[in-house]
Design a protein around this ligand. Structure first.
Ligand code: G4P
Length: 533
């Protein structure tokens, strides 16, 4: 990519609010797709950006993908997030790699269940958000009611950048508070040569002729209310996640999309400093802050995706570059394994296409071909620098399954498949200490379906899945080795190891947990694996 300032952002929405449609329009502005609505592949055929067979069957987007393009002198990386609630961990990890978010709302429905969940995740990191009220070409909620709905449920102050004039069949366009013009919906075939109605004088006869008296009066009244009731946009409040600038439009009709993207490229933050600890990782490790301008290269893996190209069955690790510069063929240091690895084919992504990245700087997302060496959360540095980025934890699962291969001859394949899928973050794999049983943990049931599907499809393993009625796990921290051994013996039936061989306590009931905590006050119990946080 060019040397333009980076803009790394994610798009979030409840399923069906229009995230896919919006993504395609954004890519169209970025020149990545030829025809809005279809994502181009190198072979010349056109296909929607669904990657996995299961996604297609269920009509849901499970995996997050990355799309890079240039627009308005910014190098953008757009990260897709799964809308389905069962993949909230994946969304959390994706949001660790971005500086800001575009939130899509279905204007006929307002805030929906998954919007609330996604917003909670944004809150954890105070991520700045731009909001797009979608589907205004159809019957929508009253704009004040919509703003109120968002403010009261999501607890974020809405600052309209535009205002809808009519809606559904009467939708005339949007009034722009800055230019005092109405962007006409009627003539919006080509968003690059928009048609405007002058609205600098709301009493002009030309405007009345254009809108009709009723709509003009309504607009006049609404704009007055906005002026008196809603404060102006403040950059610092947007950056702190307190205010969100709001646009009204229609992704499907490519209306209001350009204005939204224009603002994102103007205000979305450039790469920010990030917290790390000095490796090796333990609770007493020193925390440091790595600045994006730090000349030494660092980055971390936030996502691993298999089968992006089913023909090749490959696995790609997505790395967010946090500081310095990486040049193709550089040797980078994989902190967890202590090995230096030469990266000859770093990838950048444009919808379905991938290209070799010659270099990457802070804010960039690059793909590394992965033969199974990398894990989510892995840190890369240059010059054997021993740091580890924090903030990419595993959360306590809420659902558990015991997995065994139907054919004992396939047990090794099952082991390999489960290990790889857990490194990708599809589910979490725990090994029960005293029985060596494989226990899968998930936040949502669909995660198990993905694992089952992929074990059969990619590893040819049929397995038996038995639900286990546990309520969660706790990661444990012991004051010393002796207390660890004593505890592991006493509670052997509920002691498990996670993929990094950390000891975990399986919670049968909250009562059990409380008792164990009371009996062992020197041992700490954590709900997520990154307990250093
Ligand atoms: P998602 O990724 O958030 O799940 O939503 P997606 O973009 O797939 O959109 C969900 C449905 O809403 C699609 O219709 C899409 O065409 C429609 N849609 C998106 N934006 C707009 C808009 O601005 N106006 C209107 N009227 N509709 C919009 P579908 O019938 O479910 O799918 P399809 O047959 O169009 O593929």
């Amino acid at each position: 990519m060019s040397s333009s300032p980076r803009c790394t952002f994610a798009i979030i929405s409840h399923p069906d609010a229009g995230k896919t449609t919006m993504t395609e329009k954004l890519l169209w502005f970025g020149g990545v797709v030829r025809e809005a609505g279809m994502v181009k592949s190198k072979t010349g055929d056109y296909a929607k950006s669904d990657w996995m067979e299961l996604e297609k069957q269920r009509g849901i987007s499970i995996t997050s993908s990355v799309m890079s393009f240039e627009y308005n002198d910014r190098a953008l990386h757009l990260l897709d997030t799964p809308g389905h609630k069962d993949f909230s961990e994946d969304t959390y990890r994706t949001l660790t790699a971005v500086e800001s978010v575009l939130m899509m709302i279905d204007s006929a429905k307002g805030v929906e269940a998954q919007t609330i969940k996604l917003m909670d995740v944004c809150r954890m990191r105070d991520t700045p958000i731009v909001t797009f009220m979608n589907k205004f070409d159809r019957e929508a909620m009253d704009p004040f009611a919509l703003l109120d709905n968002i403010e009261s449920i999501l607890k974020i102050q809405c600052i309209p950048m535009t205002w809808p004039v009519g809606n559904g069949v009467d939708f005339k366009g949007v009034y722009d508070f800055q230019t005092k013009q109405i962007l006409s919906f009627k003539d919006s075939k080509d968003p690059f040569s928009p048609s405007f109605i002058d609205a600098s004088d709301l009493n002009s006869s030309a405007l009345v002729a254009e809108l009709g008296v009723a709509l003009r009066d309504k607009l006049l009244e609404e704009l007055e209310m906005v002026e008196t009731l809603i404060p102006g946009f403040r950059m610092d409040e947007y950056q702190a996640g307190i205010q969100t600038p709001v646009f009204f439009g229609s992704a499907l009709k490519n209306f209001g999309v350009k204005e939204t993207l224009d603002l994102i490229t103007q205000i979305a933050p450039t790469p920010k400093p990030r917290e790390a600890v000095l490796a090796p990782y333990d609770s007493s490790a020193d925390r440091i802050t790595i600045d994006p301008t730090d000349p030494e290269f660092t980055g971390f893996v936030f996502k691993i995706q298999a089968n992006m190209d089913p023909k090749h069955r490959d696995r790609i690790s997505f790395m967010r570059v946090c500081s310095g510069k990486f040049t193709r063929n550089d040797k980078i240091f994989h902190v967890r394994s202590g090995k230096e690895i030469r990266i000859a084919t770093p990838l950048i992504f444009q919808a379905r296409d991938r290209e070799i990245a010659e270099e990457a700087v802070a804010g960039d997302i690059i793909g590394l071909y992965d033969t199974g060496k990398y894990q989510i959360g892995d840190t890369f540095t240059m010059g054997k620098k021993q740091i580890r980025y924090t903030g990419i934890p595993s959360f306590s699962p809420e659902l558990f399954m015991r997995v065994t291969a139907k054919d004992p001859m396939r047990a090794k394949h099952l082991e390999k498949g489960l290990a790889q899928l857990s490194e990708e973050g599809a589910t979490q794999l725990f090994i029960r200490r005293h029985t060596n049983e494989k226990m899968l943990g998930a936040v949502g049931a669909l995660q198990f379906e993905v694992v089952k599907f992929r074990l059969e499809d990619e590893y040819s393993v049929e397995a038996t899945y038995e639900p286990v009625a546990w309520a969660g796990v706790r990661w444990l921290k012991f004051p010393d080795k002796k207390s660890e051994e004593k505890f592991a013996q006493e509670y052997s039936s509920v002691i498990m190891e996670d993929k990094e061989h950390r000891l975990c306590f399986a919670v049968r009931t909250e009562w059990d947990l409380r008792l164990a905590m009371e009996k062992n006050p020197s041992i700490e119990f954590f709900k997520n694996s990154d307990y250093i946080e």
